[in-house]
Design a protein around this ligand. Structure first.
Ligand code: C5P
Length: 232
């Protein structure tokens, strides 16, 4: 199973996108556009990327009534989005509506529990289950509702791969090459560890964007992923 790099375009406006993309090697073909950039720039955030032949992971974490989410999925598909996120806790009807609207034109993956939440946070919103059980159960619900995969932390990747088999896309943020600053990430793995655990994609932002040589940093991560494949 191969693992690909997605670079998180955590920049405040679309003007900075060409500068980032041009610094990175051609082997970087996938970019993540998140809430900050999409709220600031809208679909313009995708224009340069699509013209440059890049793939787009639009991380909007949709969570609304089924009809609204289905319509947003249609809009994302018409913009050429390749992977879109929704919240698994939107429930089965919302997840099925999203999957149906995606109609295999794009991949839809679910976020289970935000990594900013802990067991106490779950209790305050009335969830009595263990955090880990809640995450696994939401993940199974999302894939069982027809979604193509999940976003998961490095701590969950292996369990999801074991539970769900080889088909679902598993996207793992919280990646730090050995020696890189963790920043605010608490549950981290190296690219090779994530690949060995069965990630389909790793999402990396600051270790590339804030490197003194972003192109080299990206090349080293891709080489580490390929090394992990060869070793597997
Ligand atoms: O800079 P860094 O590599 O930590 O960036 C990781 C990216 O993945 C950020 O855009 C962050 O918002 C996103 N992300 C995350 N953890 C999650 C979900 C998304 O770090 N659980």
């Amino acid at each position: 199973m191969s693992t690909e790099l997605i670079v998180a375009l955590d920049v405040p406006d679309a003007k900075q996108i060409p500068e980032v993309v041009k610094q990175l090697p051609d082997c970087v073909s996938f970019y993540k556009v998140g809430l900050e950039l999409y709220t600031a720039a809208g679909p313009d955030a995708l224009t340069f990327l699509k013209k440059a032949g890049k793939n787009v992971f639009l991380d909007l974490k949709l969570h609304d009534i089924p009809r609204t989410v289905a319509r947003a999925v249609h809009s994302a598909a018409s913009l050429g989005v390749d992977i879109l996120t929704v919240h698994a806790c939107g429930g089965r009807a919302m997840l099925e509506a999203a999957a149906e609207a995606g109609n295999n034109q794009l991949n839809i993956v679910a976020v289970t529990v935000l990594t900013s939440l802990d067991q106490t946070d779950l209790e305050t919103i009335g969830v009595k289950r263990e955090l880990r059980d809640h995450i696994l159960s939401l993940g199974k619900l999302a894939v069982g509702s027809g979604l193509q995969g999940l976003v998961c932390s490095p701590l969950e990747t292996r369990s999801f791969r074991t539970e769900l088999g080889t088909d679902p896309i598993l996207i793992t943020p919280g990646i730090r090459p050995a020696g890189a600053a963790a920043g605010d990430q608490k549950r981290i793995a190296t690219p090779a560890m994530a690949a060995a655990d069965g990630s389909s994609y790793i999402v990396v932002g600051r270790p590339i964007l804030e490197a003194s040589d972003p192109g080299l940093a990206a090349e080293q991560i891709v080489a580490e992923l390929h090394g992990a494949e060869t070793a597997a």
